[in-house]
Design a protein around this ligand. Structure first.
Ligand code: F6P
Length: 372
């Protein structure tokens, strides 16, 4: 009888429980495997904290937000234990063997794939499933969580329109997405935002103000702007790019640490950019400007049907792979099917929005500004 461990890592995302259920029901019911769930992501794996997952545990979780297993952002080779940073790969190998596991399934994004690849290279059998609201995982059409977050952010844009037009205001809606603009772009397009600002297209405040003034001249004295949390104006983008280049060029481990810290400081310093832009636009256009940060509302609550469907079929496909004795892959979504992609092609990679992407082209055609 095959025994499999499963865990959820990284930020929580709608569809995690649907994926646990899809995988678990297939693994247990269809293939007769045994399943345990590690608590709180990599942390539980390192400390061997787990719960048995049987039919009863998997029942009734399809529609529940978050993850029944808990999650964390820990890295397997750098975990804080008793005030010390330690490489816990050997501890994980020990736990894997002690539990008699045949495979470990990790639900997460690019960072989780990095952890998974490390474990695969250390000799364990692992698979990952693509989860994130950011849609930024390489080599997969999409990831579960993104469709739900898009629905939520779109509804938010719809709703702020009421106040924007009633009060003749500019409302900047800040949308998650980490370093990629997928979520802001999708929700901005679906919600009919007048301007969409994403990290892939650095903006000029002047150009954004011009788009708003052109609307005022046409009789629309309000605007709604979808701002990705990672969007930057031209100056910030230049600072950020320079810091990124420094981090890439660093040669010594000390140099790398210092350059990474500098990059993190630059990122931190740019975190309030949406509020700054609101002040700049108010000064430039004379229209009252307000900010709405969507925050964790975007990743909370029940997954939409598309995410339940995706999570279930990816989960079932992962169980198929284990039954065939396969490992070392992310189970990717490809069209209406799935595809096993080698972990090395996914680990640590970030899929950003290409400038020629169809969604950007469509948005431009309907008159959306990008501030460029
Ligand atoms: O990756 C999902 C995400 O929600 C990103 O959009 C965001 O940048 C990040 O996680 C927020 O992370 P945390 O949970 O650490 O606040």
């Amino acid at each position: 009888k095959r025994k499999v461990g499963i865990l959820t890592a990284g930020g929580d995302s709608p569809g995690l429980n649907a994926a646990i259920r899809g995988f678990g029901k297939t693994a247990i019911g269809h293939y007769g495997m045994e399943l345990i769930g590690f608590r709180d992501g990599i942390t539980g794996l390192v400390h061997n904290r787990h719960i048995p997952l049987d039919g009863a545990a998997l029942s009734g979780i399809l529609t529940i937000g978050g993850t029944i297993l808990g999650t964390s952002r820990d890295k397997v080779h750098r975990i804080q234990i008793d005030g010390e940073v330690r490489d816990m790969v050997p501890a994980v190998i020990e736990n894997y063997e002690k539990e008699g596991l045949d495979c470990l399934v990790l639900l997460g994004g690019g960072g989780t794939a990095k952890n998974a690849l490390r474990l695969q290279r250390a000799g364990l059998n692992v698979l990952t499933l693509p989860k994130t609201i950011d849609n930024d995982i390489a080599m997969t059409d999409t990831s579960f969580g993104f469709a739900t977050a898009t629905e939520i952010a779109t509804e938010a844009i719809d709703r702020v329109h009421s106040t924007a037009h009633s009060h003749h205001r500019i409302i900047l809606t800040e949308i998650m997405g980490h370093r990629a603009g997928w979520l802001a772009l999708a929700a901005g397009l679906a919600g009919g935002a007048d301007v969409i600002l994403i990290p892939e297209i650095p903006y000029s405040v002047q150009k954004v103000a011009e788009t708003i003034e052109a609307r005022t001249a046409r009789g629309s004295s309000f605007s709604v702007i979808a701002v990705a949390e990672g969007a930057r104006d031209l100056d910030d983008a230049a600072d950020y790019q320079a810091a990124q280049l420094l981090a890439k060029a660093a040669k010594t481990s000390e140099g790398t640490r210092a350059a990474k810290q500098h990059l993190a400081n630059v990122e931190d310093g740019q975190r309030e950019h949406t509020f700054r832009l609101a002040r700049q636009l108010e000064a430039a256009t004379g229209l009252e400007s307000r900010v709405t940060i969507l925050g964790y509302v975007q990743r909370g609550g029940t997954p939409c049907a598309a995410d339940r469907l995706l999570a279930t079929r990816l989960g079932a496909a992962a169980a198929d792979l284990i039954a065939q004795g396969e490992s070392g892959y992310m189970v990717a979504a490809r069209g209406e099917g799935t595809e096993a992609v080698p972990l090395a092609d996914v680990a640590g990679k970030v899929k950003i929005v290409p400038p020629e992407h169809d969604w950007i082209a469509a948005a431009r055609k309907v008159g959306t500004g990008f501030g460029d």
